[in-house]
Each structure stands twice: as structure tokens, then as C-alpha cells.
Ligand binder design. Structure first.
Ligand code: C5J
Length: 220
């Protein structure tokens, strides 16, 4: 076990059973002119975590530890997008509508691709998820079990939506979860801060949190 300084207390990282999950670092959420930008969000906040996330991915690649990338993505015929999800969007900018980078949140469209700086390598798992959480309708739990993974390190966007939902789903399935605080971001700084506090509250009720430097030092 590798003790990693973390909140609310050190995380015991089990190197043989740990995978990194990078949530939804998609062009449509992060780049100017994409879906997130069209909704009036400051995408620069999210873009700012690309270097930290790249360094985290490099750390896992150097250790040959598994890496999973997710994308929030629906089928082109929207058969996996319930009306309750689609109808809550802004009219004219709903899932499946034409955006500046192709159809919004549709698999295969330019805006649905992971940003070039964080492109998955061959052999890394890429999961298209129709929900906010990574476990809903993806089969990823079975794949992780087959790999013997019991711990998940989280990065990506947005902290309070898809990262938090995935961490909570993972926690309920028995994974020990660590979020890298400077490799996750929200359009709303107060939501990110509150989410991290919720995760570590009550003795790590959802999991642990630490900055990348602490993980790097612990692993080196
Ligand atoms: C959102 C996400 N915020 N990846 N998606 O709709 O957090």
C-alpha cells in the first residue's frame, strides 16, 4: 500500500488494484464555441485543468496502471436519451440539436471527442455513458471487476455533476475513491468547493480528496 496524504485522512493506495477515471473531458464542455460556451459558461475554468489532468494521466501511464476515459454521449437516434433529460435543456441547444461542433452530446460528433491534449491511447478504455454517472448503462463495473480494480482515482468535469455522480455510484459498488482536486473543475467555483467538502465529510463518506502533487510525491 502507498499512503497518500489526503483529506479527511491518508488514502491507502493499492497499486495493483487502482485505475484512473477521467470524466468527460470533451470538446463541447471545454472549448470555446462548444456546447458549454453556448450556454454562457466560462469554459476557461475547465480548460485550465488540462495540464494537471495530462500530468495525472502521464503518472498512470508511467506506472502502467489502467486508465478509463468517459464521454457523456448518446446514440444518434436518441434512443438512450429519456425525454426527461432532453427536455430540460435550453430550447434550440438540447441534446441532439445542431451545435457549433456537431450534434450536441451525440457519439461520433466533433464536439463529443476528448480534447486533443488528453487523447486516449490504444489500450485505454473509453466509455460512452448516456447518464451523468459512469456506471449507468455502461457495463463498466463488470470490466473493472474483471481487471481486479477496487480503487478509483477521479479527474475531469464537472465536479458536481458527472464526477460526483460517478464517485457516488462507485462508492455504493464498493470502490475506494480518491478525487484529484486540481484535476477536476466546475463552471461554478462554489459548486466545486461544496462537492469536495461533501465527498470528504463524515470520515470520507464518499471518498478522499488530494492535490496532484501529493499523489505524485507518494508514488515517486
Ligand atoms: C454535465 C458533466 N455537467 N460531464 N455533464 O452535464 O458533468
Amino acid at each position: 500500500m502507498i499512503p497518500v496524504p489526503a483529506r479527511p485522512y491518508p488514502f491507502q493506495l493499492d497499486p495493483a488494484h487502482t485505475a484512473l477515471v477521467v470524466i468527460d473531458m470533451q470538446r463541447d464542455f471545454i472549448e470555446r464555441g462548444g456546447f458549454g460556451d453556448s450556454l454562457g459558461n466560462d469554459v476557461q475554468r475547465l480548460k485550465a485543468i488540462i495540464p494537471t489532468t495530462a500530468a495525472l494521466i502521464s503518472l498512470f501511464r508511467a506506472q502502467a496502471w489502467p486508465i478509463i476515459h468517459t464521454r457523456e454521449a448518446h446514440k444518434p437516434d436518441l434512443s438512450d436519451c429519456p425525454p426527461a433529460k432532453r427536455n430540460r435543456g435550453k430550447p434550440g441547444l438540447r441534446i441532439g440539436d445542431a451545435g457549433a461542433m456537431g450534434r450536441i452530446l451525440i457519439a461520433g460528433e466533433p464536439g463529443n471527442q476528448i480534447v486533443a491534449e488528453l487523447s486516449p491511447l490504444d489500450g485505454e478504455v473509453v466509455v460512452d455513458k448516456p447518464g451523468k454517472g459512469m456506471f449507468y448503462a455502461t457495463g463498466i463495473h463488470e470490466r473493472l471487476k474483471a481487471l481486479g480494480i477496487t480503487q478509483l482515482v477521479f479527474a475531469g468535469v464537472t465536479t458536481e455533476v458527472c464526477v460526483q455522480t460517478s464517485m457516488r455510484e462507485a462508492n455504493d459498488r464498493g470502490y475506494e475513491c480518491l478525487v484529484i482536486e486540481d484535476a477536476t473543475e466546475s463552471y461554478f467555483p462554489q459548486f466545486k468547493a461544496a462537492t469536495i467538502e461533501m465527498i470528504v465529510a463524515q470520515g470520507a463518506i464518499v471518498g478522499w480528496a488530494t492535490p496532484l502533487a501529493s499523489l505524485e510525491q507518494a508514488v515517486s
